[in-house]
Ligand binder design. Structure first.
Ligand code: HEC
Ligand code: HEC
Length: 241
């Protein structure tokens, strides 16, 4: 039933609300980052208004912050020759010591290179390579590897372990940030199809605070994980191709 609107104030409120709802729906439809933030905000019982604001801010962040518009994937291909020795051809590493870079989000790749260069993340094999890269190199390399197609790696894991990993991932709400299927978005990495051994090492490194460049996101998630949980999660996620 349509309520009669008796005053101008009520009319304004009504139309402001309709505008807000329309903006909310548009933001939700427009980008994956918004959907994650809105779900998070709603779960935390923020008001619809605050959730809408968080969602729109997330959208603006996603659109403005990456600033990879000038990245040149063709230039990245030439610069990527030094990476092949460890990360494999086209970023498809076959050695589980080295993460697969193909199909990773450009924003995440860029931030990791910057973190290695500036010492926020450290590894004796990777840090010296990053130290030689300029900002432009990092942008070009990020664009290049993000554009490559990940080649599925064969994973040996028993069905019980994979199933336990699936349940743990659902319980800890990993996909709230990493998205369904662990496909990643913006600064949150794709983990689907990554090497089991590399996933295990990263989760252990977050848990022991050996890796601390995650703004606390993964430190709090990994704190409650047992060695078995980590093994099972890695088996499950490596199998998502
Ligand atoms: C000598 C071997 C080596 C070379 C050469 C090398 N890397 Fe790495 N890279 C590594 C290792 C090892 C890691 C994982 C470190 C860890 O366990 O945290 C890594 C991690 C990374 C990561 C983080 C990936 C993630 O999922 O978090 C990026 C991005 C990266 N390398 C890019 C590059 C690029 C671009 C080049 C070429 C310019 C390159 N690497 C050359 C060994 C190497
Ligand atoms: C609150 C958001 C959030 C949640 C929940 C979350 N992650 Fe993450 N995860 C991140 C972010 C952000 C990073 C990248 C950190 C950085 O920039 O170094 C990350 C990084 C990772 C990495 C390292 C990937 C690489 O290539 O080095 C793995 C593995 C990972 N997460 C697995 C998980 C698993 C498994 C769960 C659930 C048990 C989970 N994450 C839950 C936000 C989250």
């Amino acid at each position: 039933m349509v309520q009669p609107i008796s005053s101008k104030a009520a009319l304004d409120r009504c139309s402001a609300r309709r505008h807000l709802e329309r903006a909310l729906r548009a933001a939700y439809a427009a980008c994956a980052a918004c959907r994650v933030y809105l779900r998070y905000a709603l779960r935390r019982r923020l008001s619809v208004r605050n959730a809408a604001i968080a969602g729109v801010l997330a959208c603006i962040n996603a659109a403005v912050l990456p600033c990879l518009a000038h990245a040149d994937s063709a230039a990245g291909e030439a610069k990527a020759q030094v990476c092949v020795a460890c990360h494999g051809p086209l970023g498809n590493s076959t050695n589980p010591d080295y993460p697969i870079l193909a199909g990773q989000t450009a924003r995440y790749l860029y931030l990791q290179l910057k973190d290695f260069k500036e010492g926020r993340r450290s590894d004796p094999r990777m840090s010296p390579v990053a130290a030689t890269l300029s900002k432009e190199d990092m942008q070009d390399l990020a664009a290049y590897f993000a554009a490559q197609k990940p080649v599925p790696v064969p994973v040996k894991a028993d069905a019980a372990s994979i199933d336990a990993g699936r349940q743990k991932a659902a319980q800890v709400l990993c996909t709230m940030c990493h998205l369904g299927g662990f496909l990643g978005q913006n600064e949150i990495p794709r983990v689907a199809g990554q090497h089991t051994q590399y996933i295990v090492k990263q989760l252990q490194d977050f848990r022991s605070h050996t890796r601390t460049n995650d703004a606390g996101n993964m430190a709090s998630v990994s704190r409650g994980l047992s060695d078995d949980d980590i093994r099972n999660l890695a088996a499950y996620i490596a199998n998502l191709q």
